[in-house]
Write a protein that binds this ligand. Structure first.
Ligand SMILES: Nc1ncnc2c1ncn2[C@@H]1O[C@H](COP(=O)(O)OP(=O)(O)OP(=O)(O)O)[C@@H](O)[C@H]1O
Length: 442
């Protein structure tokens, strides 16, 4: 039985979800607010948490932070509306396993849960990844990126990978390892965002039995496990000041000292770090040590956001469709022109992770060979057409924007059938045509 905690304030949805998961061997406890959830978490152990992003007494991010503080590692899946995706991707930075967009599709949920639980079992990722799951892209920025990767990979330089959430930092870290002379040795990936202050030091450097409450046995640190290979510290900006001091010492002296031990263990490890924060800013705020930053930053790789990768977007769409076809046993061969336009015009704040999720959902919902706009989140249409400007109290401008958005929404619902759209909007066809022209809707 998989012990699952659901934190969701929409009671009927929560009941539906519970009933569904129980059929798939989950033992479910549910609650509607953060406070009772924290109480339950303090009393009981769980294998999985599903948490709504918007809750009556805060956001799901608070659950993430609290779980991290408690030194427990549980896969957490954030359930979010499409409009909250921009903020929900932050949850990944704080250690969530993934997010899923509401309305939740059952198959998609099962798939995400399966992945979350299998990642948890394997905690430390192996060296091997399936290279055919990844593509490099052809844009100028992509070529420059991979040129830098091939230059720095064979060296022993510490590399810091900077980029927005979901841009593929972990993949780049693995590529650096795989193209180095350490490739036959371990690649150990640690998500610093998911580690609590207490857990982080023992995870990295190990501990001896009895060195603190809960240290029931000796534990080897990941530095030691990575000996000869590469240690990838994801979201390094989340490490506490104390751990930063220890890390700097380990890097300078090439030795680690497990907590509670007097023994020093020699380690030969290459460090690759990733962050989507601006570390320079965090240094200014006094939360990240400048000397450590310079030690980590012998070479910096800046990963471009998906919206800045030009035609690579088309390649990634095609690639993720192929992957999803295989995974979900579907046969999507093309995307119709409206859906394609939407995919190409959206700005993808969650980058490759968000694109992958949206495409997977699209493929899942498409039973034939052609995917259309119905299989894309309705809110994406609004996001693409939303004005960048804030019209403040200009009533006329605001009315026009509302009107434009209503028309676009109706068009998508009727699959761009103008007669049906006009009927739905309670206007005649001629008026609709005039408005389409006025608002530049093709
Ligand atoms: N080159 C690539 N080709 C295909 N898929 C990719 C590529 N790079 C990354 N992905 C996919 O994009 C998603 C996000 O990648 P990854 O976890 O490496 O991003 P990240 O920048 O480390 O994210 P975060 O900052 O949230 O930790 C994953 O599902 C990954 O498989």
């Amino acid at each position: 039985m998989i012990k699952t905690l659901i934190i969701e304030d929409d009671i009927s949805f929560s009941e539906l979800l519970t009933g569904f998961l129980v059929r798939y061997d989950h033992d479910v406890i549910s609650c509607a607010k953060i406070k009772p959830a924290l109480k339950i978490l303090a009393e009981k152990k769980f294998d999985l948490i599903l948490v709504d992003y918007r809750l009556p007494d805060g956001t799901g991010l608070e659950i993430l932070k609290a779980v991290r503080e408690q030194s427990i590692i549980i896969p957490i899946i954030m359930m979010t509306s499409f409009n909250d995706v921009r903020t929900a991707v932050k949850s990944i930075q704080l250690g969530a396993f993934d997010y899923i967009i509401k309305p939740v599709n059952p198959d998609e949920l099962l798939l995400t849960i399966k992945k979350a639980l299998s990642k948890e079992e394997g905690k430390i990722d192996g060296n091997k990844i399936n290279e055919s799951d990844f593509i490099k892209g052809n844009s100028i920025v992509a070529n420059k990126l991979y040129q830098h990767i091939s230059l720095v990979a064979p060296t022993d330089m510490s590399v810091i990978i900077q980029g927005e959430s979901g841009t593929g930092k972990e993949y780049v870290a693995r590529t650096l390892h795989n193209e180095s002379k350490r490739s036959e040795k371990p690649f150990i990936s640690i998500d610093c965002g998911a580690l609590s202050k207490d857990l982080a030091a023992s995870e990295l450097f190990g501990h001896v039995k009895g060195s603190f409450t809960g240290a029931l046995n000796d534990k080897k640190g990941q530095f030691e496990t990575a000996h000869g290979g590469t240690l990838f510290l994801d979201e390094v900006g989340n490490l506490s000041y104390e751990v930063q001091v220890k890390l700097l010492r380990a890097l300078q002296e090439r030795v680690v000292q497990p907590i509670g031990s007097t023994k020093q263990i020699a380690v030969d490890v290459r460090i690759i770090t990733a962050t989507n924060d601006d570390l320079v800013q965090i240094i200014k705020q006094g939360e990240f040590r400048e000397d450590l930053y310079h030690r980590l930053n012998q070479f910096k790789i800046q990963l471009p956001a998906l919206r800045d990768r030009g035609d690579d977007l088309k390649l990634f769409i095609e690639h993720f469709i192929n992957l999803a076809n295989k995974e979900l046993d579907r046969n999507v061969k093309e995307v119709d022109k409206y859906a394609k336009k939407l995919l190409l015009n959206y700005d993808w704040p969650g980058n490759l992770r968000e694109l992958n999720n949206v495409i997977k959902r699209m493929v899942l919902l498409t039973e034939g060979e052609v995917a259309n706009i119905d299989a894309l989140p309705e809110e994406m249409i609004l996001a693409v057409n939303e004005p960048a400007k804030n019209f403040g109290s200009d009533l006329k401008a605001n009315n026009e924007i509302n009107e434009k958005n209503l028309i676009i929404e109706a068009l998508s619902k009727t699959k761009f059938n103008k007669s049906k759209t006009a009927k739905m909007l309670n206007i005649d066809r001629k008026t609709l045509y005039a408005k389409l022209e006025r608002y530049g809707i093709e």
